[in-house]
Design a protein around this ligand. Structure first.
Ligand code: G3P
Length: 217
């Protein structure tokens, strides 16, 4: 399973890439605003230049014509841009046009297997089931990921499943077991994935023992 960062924070993206484990980024309007970015184009171009892989960028207009126009504009900003389109009827129509023009789409705000199936049929390159938001309303978000992966396998559908709205490391483990192609994680979850107290204790003990021997010689 690949790891994307779900953030518009430039420092976090740079650090994730430096670690060698982050191969893409997903953003959304909330994440962009949270970082105080005012120039959409400038920040998208900056992120795309840092990341060695797909960067999902959401359209922020409504209506098929306006979405198509903005999607094409955003797609021209960098070669690794993927356009995030919401899983609606209009979104499917936009996706099918963009897919025919070889513009990659990440169908976002996916909350059901049917939405994911339709996303793939419309030509989306990625689909993003929002796990945490389903958990928030008492559903089992990760079972949606499992179902989408299974159903795509049944029909050899090539749309990649991005487990999104990830809230904690356990989500990543379950997504990986379910066969999600990608988990897009907040930076904090990435750091939680790395950390283990026994690793820290082990390092301290090794250094302590090493220093004792070095001091004796
Ligand atoms: O990738 C989707 C993500 O940005 C939504 O996460 O935590 O706002 O549900 P959250």
């Amino acid at each position: 399973m690949r790891i994307f960062l779900d953030t518009a924070n430039i420092e976090q993206i740079k650090q994730g890439v430096r670690l060698g484990v982050v191969s893409g980024v997903t953003t959304n309007p909330t994440l962009i605003v949270k970082e105080g970015h005012r120039d959409y184009k400038a920040v998208v171009k900056e992120i795309c230049a840092i990341v060695p892989g797909p960067v999902s960028v959401e359209v922020v207009v409504e209506g098929v014509t306006a979405m198509l126009e903005q999607a094409k504009e955003i797609a021209s900003w960098a070669t690794n841009v993927v356009i995030k389109i919401p899983a609606t009827a209009e979104g499917l129509e936009v996706t099918s046009v963009l897919a025919k023009e070889q513009i990659k789409v990440n169908m976002t705000l996916c909350f059901s297997v049917n939405q994911a199936l339709l996303a793939s049929l419309a030509g989306a390159s990625y689909v993003s089931p929002f796990v945490g938001r389903l958990d928030d309303i008492g559903n089992d978000g990760m079972s949606l990921v499992e179902d989408i992966v299974d159903i795509y396998k049944n029909y050899n559908l090539t749309t990649k499943v991005i487990a999104a709205s990830i809230r904690h490391p356990q989500h990543c483990i379950i997504a990986a077991k379910a066969g999600a192609h990608i988990a897009t994680v907040p930076y904090q979850v990435l750091t939680q994935m790395i950390k283990h107290p026994l690793t820290d204790i082990g390092i301290e003990r090794f250094f302590c023992d090493w220093r004792r021997v070095s001091d004796d010689t």
